[in-house]
Write a protein that binds this ligand. Structure first.
Ligand SMILES: Cc1cc2nc3c(=O)[nH]c(=O)nc-3n(C[C@H](O)[C@H](O)[C@H](O)COP(=O)(O)OP(=O)(O)OC[C@H]3O[C@@H](n4cnc5c(N)ncnc54)[C@H](O)[C@@H]3O)c2cc1C
Length: 385
């Protein structure tokens, strides 16, 4: 049986960041990825925004890891020439929602984000003349990043440190061994050529995104009561096939389950709106690990465009509605259902699980891309120190 120090399950941005950290700490590390390439999951189905850390409850992992991760990400992107831009963002409101903006300022300040600026309607009109709002917050630390470029750079560091990503390799089961470590069963290959192989690893990190709960159920010794129920919430995007008058990201105040239908710009300057929130219900706990993406319909229903028009026209009345097109979607693995208080990330290590050498990452929705390098620091600390 092949032996390796650490196995990370899932080659999304979080799994790659974690594997890079472990490999650079001198641990021989393999990432198992069930798809044919890295980064085809949620990590390539998002807004590509480097969040400043404005929204998350004081003391939460989302708050601290977003702020830490944002700084690490700007440094990393600059040092590895990953395309990114600190474009800034406006959170806009009509007078009736000004209280919601005040709550954002309080939360942001509690998380250490002290550079938000209040803008009145006149200041706003000078900055973004096409925008209609009574009041806004300007967040200069918000940016955008090329998520594929980021993952490519993370994988480059991983391989430079002696690690590798094994694609078409799905973890189906792991069992702790009496002498320490785990025996892993991996299903490798595609279609009729699938083969089962075994691997010995001292440590496992479950960074399987939408499948993290299903993977955890297959790692023997994980206390069942520590595996959360996951709820899926799809986020749909619409693209604008017309010039966009805005140079910053534009957000309304958040809505239950998401940040509100906002305008993001990609690195090529293309404007898109979204994601909205379409609750898909509870994940089936008995599903095969690694099967979720194939079971989902990522198409964007044209009928949802009416909702985009209604939301966006509240702050951009002259939106050319006939130029909106359904674009892409992503799915959030949420640990709270519609109507429940927003849940935090869960990073469960040996002390929480009572099992050496194992870390599970649950509920890594937004701001997981921003926080990826900070999540990697926490995982490294839980496993190696
Ligand atoms: C609509 C939307 C918008 C978002 N916007 C932002 C944003 O602007 N900024 C931000 O910071 N965050 C954003 N996020 C959150 C961010 O995209 C995610 O937190 C992040 O991409 C999660 O990365 P991951 O590596 O955990 O998961 P994934 O990218 O999903 O990777 C998990 C991988 O595990 C693999 N896998 C699953 N099971 C197995 C198995 N059994 N064996 C082997 N491999 C397996 C999958 O194939 C997949 O490649 C957004 C999320 C959504 C849904």
């Amino acid at each position: 049986m092949d032996r390796v120090d650490a196995v990370v399950v899932g080659a999304g941005v979080v799994g790659l960041a974690v594997a890079r950290a472990l490999a650079r700490a001198g641990r021989e590390t393999i990432v198992l990825e069930s798809a044919e390439r890295h980064g085809t999951g949620t990590s390539s189905r998002n807004s590509g925004v480097i969040h400043a850390g404005l929204y998350y409850p004081e003391g939460s992992l989302k708050a601290s890891l977003c702020v830490r991760g944002r700084e690490l990400l700007y440094e990393f992107a600059a040092s590895r020439q990953v395309p990114h831009r600190r474009v800034g963002k406006l959170i806009v409101a009509l007078q009736t929602r000004e209280a919601a903006l005040r709550t954002i300022v309080e939360r942001a300040e509690a998380a250490g984000v002290l550079n938000l600026e209040w803008l009145d309607a006149q200041a706003l009109a000078r900055m973004e003349p096409a925008l209609r709002a009574d009041v806004a917050l300007h967040s200069p630390s918000t940016g955008i990043i090329d998520a594929h470029g980021l993952m490519h750079a993370l994988e480059g560091d991983l391989t430079d440190a002696g690690g590798m990503v094994a694609v078409c390799s799905r973890l189906t089961r792991a069992t702790p061994l009496s002498g320490g470590g785990f025996e892993l069963t991996v299903s490798s290959g595609l279609g009729p050529d699938v083969q089962e192989t075994s691997l010995h690893a001292h440590r496992i990190v479950n960074a399987a995104g939408l499948d993290a709960d299903a993977v955890a159920r297959r790692i023997v010794g994980t206390p069942p009561e520590r595996i959360p129920q996951v709820y899926f919430a799809k986020g749909n995007y619409a693209s604008l096939s017309a010039p966009c008058p805005f140079s910053r990201l534009i957000y309304p105040v958040p809505v239950p389950g998401g940040l509100g239908t906002h305008l993001t710009l990609d690195m090529g300057g293309q404007a898109q709106f979204g994601p909205d929130v379409e609750w898909l219900g509870a994940a089936d706990p008995s599903r095969e690990p690694g099967s979720t993406a194939a079971m989902q319909d990522f198409r964007v229903d044209e009928a949802r465009l009416a909702g985009f028009v209604r939301d966006v026209q509240t702050w951009w009345p002259s939106l050319p509605t006939e130029r909106l097109r359904p674009a892409y979607s992503g799915i959030r693995p949420k640990l709270s259902n519609l109507g429940e208080p927003v849940a935090d990330f869960q990073i469960l290590g040996p002390s929480e699980l009572g099992l050496d050498g194992l870390v599970h990452l649950f509920g890594i929705e937004s701001p997981g891309l921003t926080a990826s390098l900070a999540i990697a620091e926490v995982v490294e600390q839980k496993l190696l120190r």
